[in-house]
Design a protein around this ligand. Structure first.
Ligand code: DAT
Ligand code: MG
Length: 150
């Protein structure tokens, strides 16, 4: 079982698409095990996007991700990282397949609605940033029914 860190980015929040974004991932079969509404500050943005520090689009990216409250979620399921990225679609919405979140709902790379971790290692690092010190619940699978264990 794998976990991934999802962010519902400011454009999705401002357009009233938070439920749509989470719903598509949830309907895929990923379960919510962590959820918060928060406003990211510059320090948190730099930590989260450390791999992009110094790139041409970095300042725009920080300005964007800090521009309104966002939702951070931890989703869990089989191959959660790859499954979420597939449901999100390619980074550039105009290259994302129809049927994906970005392919159906976006146009601009700088307004691409959603973040998803790119590897299990990134997921662990990013969950540590957004859910530091927080207990996440455990679900177990009982045949075809998900059972809450506390
Ligand atoms: P992803 O979000 O698909 O993992 P990424 O990690 O390469 O993509 O980049 C992080 C975010 O930065 C991406 O969602 C949108 C923005 N971004 C990436 N490349 C960009 C570019 N060439 N111009 C503007 N924004 C860009
Ligand atoms: Mg990325």
């Amino acid at each position: 079982m794998e976990r991934t860190l999802i962010l519902v980015k400011p454009d999705a929040m401002q357009r009233g698409l938070a439920g749509e974004v989470l719903s598509r991932l949830e309907r895929r079969g990923l379960r919510i095990v962590g959820l918060r509404l928060l406003q990211v500050d510059r320090a948190m943005a730099e930590r989260h996007y450390a791999e992009h520090v110094g790139k041409g689009f970095f300042e725009g990216l920080v300005g964007y991700i800090t521009s309104s409250p966002i939702i951070a979620a931890v989703l869990e399921g089989t191959n959660a990282v790859a499954a979420a990225r597939q449901t999100m679609g390619s980074t550039r919405p105009t290259e994302a397949a129809p049927g994906t979140i970005r392919g159906d709902l976006g146009l601009e790379v700088g307004r691409n609605l959603v973040h998803g971790s790119d590897s299990p290692e990134s997921a662990a690092r990013e969950i540590g940033i957004f859910f530091e010190g927080m207990d996440l619940p455990t679900w177990s699978r009982n045949v075809d029914q998900w059972v809450f264990e506390g």
